[in-house]
Ligand binder design. Structure first.
Ligand code: PHE
Length: 464
């Protein structure tokens, strides 16, 4: 990113680059498992409602701040008001927390891609019944894989190694070009797999109903906490990334339109991924709550079973996991690039040294996440495995804090007019009223409420 400050040419350039960073594991891996876990349709409804209100407002605000100052997050806030320099730093902590565990999951994807290419597709679809005491438990290939020490570690190392090499040699452009061509393939495949499972797997229609029809009895404050964290994560908000993107954006590009396009694209991919995974898992388990709420492993357990029933499923599966891998890589590269450039600016390190430091930090933070189901399965923080803890700490705590202070900063320090003026450079800001009301009143109050609920739930004061 560092050397491309004026390189978004053409109207679509900015949107494509931002969408390339936004679409990643958040959409394909994280969204479906949250939707399955938090009540299906009700989660979808809350997510979309938050997306067009909070998501939109925060996205235009961040892009506008970036373009107005021409600086990345670490400096942009301080430039506008010295007292808020800390906010840039706080935002920068988010990618540092996310990259390590993101790479552990990237490692899982790499493993599944290699497995499908090397003929282990059948094994990956196996779910066995195992007698544990007087109960029968289902154990998947994924459970067995994550219970080993060496494998998740090895694939984590492969994934973060590729990411670091790309960032070190500055060849992001090449990778992004490849991924942009492949993005339509990913979307087409997702649609195909979704249609396949809905129309051929018995009981999938009930899963479609679960995914699309809001059941208000399933609503809880945790639905909103999870949806909001997911919104920030998926759209790369509340971590300074969109500010940096904004700083590369030309003055004649329409911020409002671009933000709407990025949101539509990002939410569209997440929606399709949900349609691909949720009905299938619903059908396989007969709507069993435990299967729906299994969390991070959902995609890895469900999709191999879908591919197993498909003619040519091994090839389709291999191509699918390759696409997911590339989407994950573009995101991890942009995460690492962001951290590396912060280290270069803040600590005056060279690119190589900075890469090395980031790699070491990520390895240190990533190893516990990779070992969370094996060697360190008994080590829990606030009742969570390391991976879940890092995910919770960044998405449910730190990002809402950054988002909250950002809204306060825009509403009461630089005032909404500063953002509105920047957006109005290219013509009328259509959602100006909505933006002002949300940024001044709705967002600060709601984010605060959500943050408090997340903290209370972590402290187990209220149950999740
Ligand atoms: N938004 C990305 C995803 O959905 C994650 C990401 C966050 C990527 C921040 C880059 C920067 O997977």
């Amino acid at each position: 990113m560092g050397s491309t400050r004026s390189s978004f040419t053409g109207k679509l350039g900015f949107v494509l680059a931002a969408a390339g960073s936004a679409v990643g594991l958040g959409n394909i891996w994280r969204f479906p498992y949250l939707a399955a876990k938090y009540g299906g349709g009700i989660f979808l409804l809350v997510y979309v409602a938050l997306s067009v209100t909070f998501g939109f407002s925060l996205m235009v605000a961040e892009i506008a701040i970036g373009r107005k100052t021409g600086k990345s997050a670490v400096q942009a806030f301080g430039d506008l008001d010295k007292r808020f320099s800390f906010l840039g730093l706080l935002a920068s902590v988010v990618p540092i927390l996310i990259l390590p565990y993101y790479s552990v999951i990237g490692g899982w994807v790499t493993k599944y891609f290699v497995g499908f290419v090397s003929g282990s597709a059948q094994d990956m679809a196996v779910v066995e019944s195992v007698q544990v005491g007087d109960k029968v438990e289902l154990v998947s290939y994924f459970d067995k894989y994550t219970a080993t020490v060496t494998e998740p570690l090895f694939w984590f190392a492969v994934f973060i190694g590729i990411t670091a090499l790309v960032v070190l040699f500055g060849v992001e452009k090449g990778i992004e070009k490849v991924s942009k061509v492949l993005m339509p393939v990913l979307i087409a495949l997702t649609v195909f797999i979704a249609c396949y499972s809905i129309f051929t797997i018995d009981g999938a229609w009930d899963g479609v109903a679960y995914y699309l029809k809001p059941d208000f009895s399933k609503f809880s404050i945790m639905t909103v906490v999870a949806a909001m964290g997911q919104l920030f994560y998926s759209m790369s908000l509340a971590m300074g990334i969109m500010i940096t993107f904004g700083s590369y954006m030309k003055k004649d590009i329409n911020i409002e339109k671009s933000a709407k396009q990025i949101e539509l694209f990002d939410t569209g991919v997440a929606f399709l991924a949900g349609l691909m995974v949720v009905p299938a898992v619903f059908a396989f388990s007969g709507g069993d709550e435990k299967a729906l709420g299994q969390g991070p492993g959902l995609m890895f357990v469900t999709l191999p079973r879908v591919f197993e029933t498909m003619t040519g499923g091994t090839i389709i599966g291999a191509i699918f996991f390759l696409m997911v891998l590339l989407a994950a890589l573009t995101s991890s590269i942009s995460l690492m690039e962001t951290i590396v450039s912060i280290f270069m600016d803040k600590f005056k390190l060279g690119r190589k040294m900075s890469c090395l430091v980031v790699l070491v930090i990520s390895a240190l933070l990533g190893v516990p996440s990779a070992l969370g189901s094996s060697a360190w399965a008994n080590v829990k923080i606030l009742g969570m495995q390391f991976l879940d803890f890092f995910d919770f700490a960044s998405n449910s705590i730190l990002m809402p804090i950054v988002a909250l202070i950002t809204t306060i900063f825009v509403a009461y320090i630089i005032k909404p007019k500063a953002v509105i003026d920047e957006i109005s450079l290219t013509g009328k800001f259509k959602w100006k009223k909505l933006f002002s009301v949300i940024i001044c009143y709705v967002a600060p109050i709601c984010i605060l409420a959500i943050l408090v609920s997340a903290i209370l739930s972590a402290a187990k004061v209220i149950s999740i």
